[in-house]
Write a protein that binds this ligand. Structure first.
Ligand SMILES: Cc1ncc(COP(=O)(O)O)c(C=O)c1O
Length: 402
């Protein structure tokens, strides 16, 4: 689909047309017999069109990027291969590729071990599971902030742990003094820090908080699902200098590295321990140390393919471009309005118009923006996750409200 770059009303008309066209199609029924192929193809086309919203200049609702043709080739390769790395001895090439990528991530984030996951929800659960099994301090408390992703609270619930929030500053960053105070009261099993909060993209003070966690014998986990992509940029290296101190860390290439889902990475500083005991003698290596069951190249061949065909420099360039568009968007909003604006270094811009908050809600359904809460404040949120999202086009879309 060609990129959209016309005037605001043209854009709106086009997208409305697309939305109406899609909603007028009815889903083919599930039958004993094959469905007419023309009907199936026309539905497939509509499904593809729906996904094209990620390729437009106005897509800024969520962390879902448009994917490159090299990544899609990797997806096809994974489908054709369809091996299961629970029996890694049968697929030495696939295993080598996984190991090569994991070594690369370990080097980038200064961690020691790791594996791919189906995303940060699973990674956060497994990291806290390891923490529960490895920490000897008997605590059931997990400290995070109200801006931690909800998968942390979910993981605590599953694992029988207690999630407790630590106060933040006005931009949702954890306050080290508040963490210290909480730890003094009761030592934690783990402290979860976020590098790129889901709402506004902020980064907790990693170094200070990890040091506090360590002093009280806790496991420190960094949820870098969104912000971890900055590791590829020289100017952000200081942020990652404390990564080596963290016990575990996760990052989602399916968010800020432009990859198709599912592609998550979980890294550890300490060797993994068995999490439970089970009998699965039909497998050469029993997967007792991690959460995933059957998995294969679908988790990493798209990323591998995009690196092989386009190089790491292309990933880096894409991240730089996204961040630059976010910066331009924030600058333009600042120039053109007296709204409250927050711009994080990970590529999310939040703002609160000084009119009634729901004035811009028409733009939500179009995928231009989403809503969020930052420090209790209801805001709109523009997420620069896709390579084509353009600050100038988004500003044009906001024009009637400025
Ligand atoms: C900071 C953070 N952690 C974890 C997640 C969960 O990731 P997933 O939906 O890939 O499991 C998200 C999703 O947006 C996130 O923003």
């Amino acid at each position: 689909m060609s990129h959209i770059s016309q005037t605001y009303s043209d854009l709106l008309a086009q997208l409305m047309q697309l939305a109406n066209h899609q909603s007028s199609l009815s889903l083919p029924q599930i039958l004993d017999t094959p469905t007419d192929s023309a009907e199936v193809f026309s539905f497939c086309k509509a499904v593809m069109d729906e996904g094209q919203r990620h390729s437009t200049e106005l897509w800024a609702a969520h962390m879902t990027p448009a994917t490159s043709s090299a990544s899609i080739l990797g997806q096809v390769l994974a489908g054709l291969h369809n091996g299961n790395l629970l029996s890694a001895q049968l697929y030495p090439l696939l295993q080598q590729i996984e190991q090569q990528l994991i070594s690369w991530f370990c080097q980038l984030f200064q961690q020691q071990y790791g594996h791919f996951t189906a995303g940060a929800t699973y990674a956060n659960l497994e990291a806290l599971w390891q923490a529960r099994e490895q920490c000897s301090n008997q605590s059931k408390l997990v400290y995070g902030s109200h801006a931690s992703h909800y998968s942390i609270a979910k993981a605590c619930q599953i694992l029988g742990l207690q999630f407790q929030t630590i106060a933040t500053d006005e931009n949702d960053k954890m306050l080290p003094a508040a963490l210290e105070q909480a730890c003094k009261k009761q030592a934690p099993l783990a402290v979860v820090l976020t590098a790129g909060t889901s709402a506004c993209g902020e980064i907790d003070p990693l170094k200070k908080c990890i040091a506090i966690c360590k002093a009280y014998g806790g496991w420190s986990h960094i949820d870098a699902a969104w912000g971890g992509a900055l590791v590829l940029l020289k100017e952000h290296q200081a942020l990652f200098s404390s990564m080596t101190e963290a016990d575990s860390l996760c990052v989602d290439p399916h968010k800020a590295f432009g990859q198709p889902k599912p592609c998550g990475v979980l890294l550890y500083q300490r060797p993994l321990q068995s999490l439970f005991s089970a009998e699965a003698s039909y497998l050469t290596q029993q997967p007792l140390q991690s959460l995933p069951g059957s998995y294969g190249g679908e988790l990493f061949l798209p990323l591998w393919s995009s690196i092989m065909f386009n190089g790491v420099s292309s990933l880096r360039k894409q991240i730089e471009q996204r961040l630059s568009q976010a910066e331009q968007f924030a600058m333009q909003l600042e120039l053109r309005s007296d709204w409250w604006i927050h711009h994080s270094c990970t590529g999310i811009v939040c703002f609160q118009p000084n009119t009634t908050i729901n004035k811009l809600d028409t733009l939500l359904a179009l995928g231009y923006l989403s809503r969020a809460k930052v420090n209790g404040r209801n805001v709109y949120r523009a997420v620069f996750s896709a390579p084509n999202t353009q600050a100038a086009t988004l500003i044009t879309a906001l024009e009637p409200f400025l």
